[in-house]
Each structure stands twice: as C-alpha cells, then as structure tokens.
Design a binder for this molecule. Structure first.
Ligand SMILES: [Zn+2]
Length: 210
C-alpha cells in the first residue's frame, strides 16, 4: 500500500529505482565540489505528519502474539483500506537509497537511508536527482567563501559565523558559561571571545546558556 500511494503521488516514481540521487554538503563557509552519489533502491510513502495520520487512522496497531482470528484479519483489512483511502495530501514520497564506501584499508561499508520527496516542495535543498542542479550553488558558495571566509592577512575569523573581520574591528565579548572539573564540580567561568558583531557575540552567549 505504501508503494501504491507513492505512485499516485508521483507518477513514474518506480522508474527512479536504479537511478542516482545526489547530495551536496557545500556551504559558503565550506564550499565543496564533491557530491555524495547514492543509488535509489526502492520507494514508499510516509505520513507528512505522523500525528495527523495516526489521528485519521484511529491509532490501530496489529496485536502481535495473539492468535490470528477472522476478526483480527478483518480489522487489519479495515485499517489497510482506511490507509489507502486517506487523503493523498497526508503523505510524502520516500526514496530508499544506498551507497558503498571503500576505505583506505580496502574494506567496504554499505550505508542506507531514505530521502523524503514532498510533492509541493520537492527534496530538501541539498538533495537532487540531477548533478547539474548543484553547479550554480557551489560556484556561489566558492565566491562567498573568497569574499567572507578565506583567511587573510590582518583579519581574524568570527568565532560564531566564521566571517573574517579586520583585526581593528573585532568585537571582544566576555562569554560567561558553566564549566566542570574534578576539583570544583560545576562552576561558572568566563573567557573573551572574538566576533564580527554584537549579534554574533549574543548568539554565542545564548548558545552557551543552552
Ligand atoms: Zn560573526
């Protein structure tokens, strides 16, 4: 039933099995040309919102360990019918993918995961069926890297966002946070942090407070 729903949502999805899916982890702070290459091994559907779907279906779970009776089978069939007739906009398509990584010692490891395809918004930004989709973004990341993040003479990197700031424009901020050691246990301490702006200093302080 998961597959049938996926086919209704995304006609032609079955033709994607065996094709490649690419993931990019490039960002302006860490431009990266290499893409992860995954192979699509299957597909299915998944509730967009688990709670919404569970409410709609009425919280059925098959009673494991019980003797299978006509009544139980009837209930399960009822549930499947209900699932299949749920409004399509309650579901997303998921693609099962796998990838093999060979390590320097010659061993190979298989990884598997699933990527969500939302009918309205598509994949998340770092996932695509087409390699070329990332070209422009990676070029932009490289430009931004050169402009803001590449280390340069007379500059220091902001501790929070990583942007380079001229040494004489650095915002020094006293960060107060909790530390722990064997002698004192938990104690409050501070250190001077280096930031591009008051905003980054504040964000760092807030992150330290959890
Ligand atoms: Zn910053």
């Amino acid at each position: 039933m998961y597959k049938e729903i996926a086919i209704k949502l995304f006609p032609g999805v079955e033709e994607l099995v065996g094709k490649k899916l690419y993931k990019s982890y490039s960002c302006p702070r860490c431009p990266k040309e290499e893409l992860e290459e995954w192979t699509i091994t299957g597909f299915g559907s998944v509730g967009k919102n688990r709670h919404e779907l569970a409410d709609y279906l009425g919280g059925y779970s098959f009673p494991y360990g019980k003797k299978v009776t006509k009544v139980l089978v009837g209930e399960a069939e009822e549930y499947i019918k209900k699932y299949e007739s749920a409004p399509l906009d309650m579901f997303n398509v998921i693609l099962h993918v796998e990838k093999y990584t060979t390590y320097s010692d010659g061993t190979t490891a298989k990884s598997t995961t699933a990527e969500t395809f939302d009918i309205e918004t598509g994949f998340t930004d770092n996932v695509s069926l087409n390699k070329e989709d990332f070209k422009e973004k990676i070029e932009k990341d490289k430009e931004e890297y050169e402009k803001y993040y590449a280390p340069r003479e007379g500059y220091v990197a902001c501790e929070r966002c990583g942007k380079q700031v001229p040494e004489n424009e650095v915002v020094k901020y006293k960060l107060i946070y909790q530390a722990w050691d064997n002698y004192r246990g938990k104690y409050v301490t501070s250190r001077i942090g280096t930031f591009c702006s008051g905003e980054c200093a504040m964000n760092e302080q807030m992150a330290l407070e959890g």
